[in-house]
Design a protein around this ligand. Structure first.
Ligand SMILES: [Mn+2]
Length: 467
């Protein structure tokens, strides 16, 4: 019998309601954070005991955080592609529920799950599924639709169609009826409409690419000044897009459309449906779905998903201030990381260069630093950064980056890290040009040598004369 999404959601709600207690295991990005927040709030309202665990990815070493108790293990925004890992960990079908939107994995154990891909829905994220399950538990919890929209937008579900579609769009309607979402039809398709001066907002917009405006805030400012639109408050501060009078917004949009047409470009991505949160303060990143999602992603990137979770639960004090700091200082931290790598210097082996940054920087951003450092150091040798994780003292995070030059000579970082990490009891993954791994801390030295040997082999196999 073909199961509908509705049936799967109903069954998931029943499984949760039958559980004595629940452990939510979720991902640390905006979708995972909002998903956890929807479910934990919905279940707490039912008087259920809920605990939450956030993981960077569901790999063998992360499984230690899944408690061995009799709680229902609710895997959200992950799990579908790691069912064999759940099985290896000894989890039975009756103690697991998976709510995910990633490609599943065949598995001997038939874990109950709701996966929108099983129903041909590709434009809905885990937060959307979580909301449907929460609503099946309690029809009246429609205030949580707002978080589902944040998760969906955070996972780029609105990008392709310039707005949410299908079941994810139906969730928007719940928030509109509840009163904490306002839909802006045919709004400007730019990031930062609630927080950035209009010319900055336009200057940073590159989808669509607008000649003379994209990548040029000064070009954007000249363009706006020629239209004669008032861009400042009477006291001299910049207005943000959301604050402009309706007629001025229309005037700017039609001028932008003309600018696109004048340069032979399509205008179909100029406008999008956007989601405003009228219950949030103006001029803050909480005010619309895409900026809210970016704020949550910043929490994840700094490995502080619980700060994001507090914001989703309504904390506008300390958690919000922490998140704002993380959002605002992302670039500064990457700059500091790069400077630290250049000042400290790397250790060069025959086929790679590496540095250990300890716990000075969030492990979630060191990969970006590795990529930037590579271009300033010996770019022929793949770059490895090892970092400690404050919340996982026994584990070391490894990030590697290389370039097209090395790929053309046989390098495959994904293969190298998967092989070397498996040999020391860790786990790795990624792509040929950028990959990462988690390894037991005491195996660092052995691991670095092993990756160096594998890279030597890869370089040699592509060019036997030059190894
Ligand atoms: Mn997701």
């Amino acid at each position: 019998m073909e199961m509908s999404l509705e049936n799967d959601v109903r069954r998931a709600a029943d499984i949760i309601c039958d559980a004595g207690s629940v452990t939510i295991v979720s991902h640390i990005d905006a979708d995972g954070i909002s998903t956890e927040s929807i479910l934990s709030q919905a279940l707490t309202r039912e008087g259920m005991a809920v605990d939450s665990v956030f993981v960077r990815q569901l790999e063998p070493m992360a499984m230690r955080h899944v408690p061995k108790d009799d709680s229902l293990k609710l895997f959200t925004d992950l799990g579908a592609g790691q069912q064999n890992l759940l099985e290896e960990h000894g989890l039975c079908a009756d103690e697991v529920l998976i709510l995910d939107h990633h490609v599943g994995q065949p598995c001997g154990t038939a874990y109950p799950q709701v996966n929108c891909l099983d129903h041909g829905i590709t434009r809905m994220s885990a937060a959307g599924i979580a909301y449907l399950v929460a609503k099946a538990i309690d029809q009246t919890g429609t205030d949580l639709a707002k978080l589902a929209v944040v998760g969906n937008v955070g996972d780029m579900m609105a990008r392709e169609n310039c707005g949410l579609v299908g079941p994810a769009r139906e969730i928007v309607q719940d928030g509109v009826e509840y009163g904490n979402i306002v839909v802006q039809d045919r709004d400007l398709n730019c990031y930062g409409t609630s927080t950035r001066p209009v010319h900055v907002c336009l200057g940073y917009c590159d989808d669509p690419y607008i000649d003379g405006i994209s990548n040029s805030t000064s070009g954007a400012l000249r363009f706006l000044e020629r239209l004669g639109v008032e861009l400042k408050t009477p006291r001299g501060g910049w207005l943000v897009w959301e604050e402009l009078p309706f007629d001025d917004r229309r005037k700017i949009i039609s001028a932008l459309a003309q600018q696109l047409l004048a340069h032979g470009r399509e205008t179909d991505r100029l406008l999008a449906e956007t989601y405003i949160f009228p219950d949030e303060p103006e001029r803050t990143p909480l005010r619309n779905a895409s900026e809210y999602a970016t704020l949550l992603n910043a929490c994840g990137r700094w490995a502080k998903p619980r700060v994001g979770g507090s914001i989703c639960r309504g904390d506008r004090g300390p958690a919000y201030r922490d998140a704002e700091y993380m959002l605002g200082h992302h670039r500064a931290v990457i700059r500091d990381l790069l400077q630290y790598i250049l000042d400290t210097g790397v250790t060069e082996l025959s086929h790679l260069q590496y540095i250990h940054t300890g716990d000075r920087f969030p492990d979630t951003i060191v990969g970006i630093g590795a990529g930037m450092a590579l271009s300033k150091l010996n770019w022929k040798k793949p770059m490895m950064v090892l970092s400690a994780m404050v919340d996982e003292p026994e584990v070391t995070k490894v990030s590697m980056r290389t370039n097209e030059w090395a790929l053309a000579r046989g390098v495959d970082l994904q293969e190298a890290l998967v092989e070397a990490s498996a040999a020391v009891g860790g786990a790795g993954g990624g792509h040929r040009i950028a990959a990462g791994a988690f390894i037991p801390r005491e195996t660092e030295e052995e691991f670095v040598d092993s990756v160096n040997r594998i890279l030597k082999r890869q370089f040699a196999s592509a060019d036997p004369d030059n190894s």
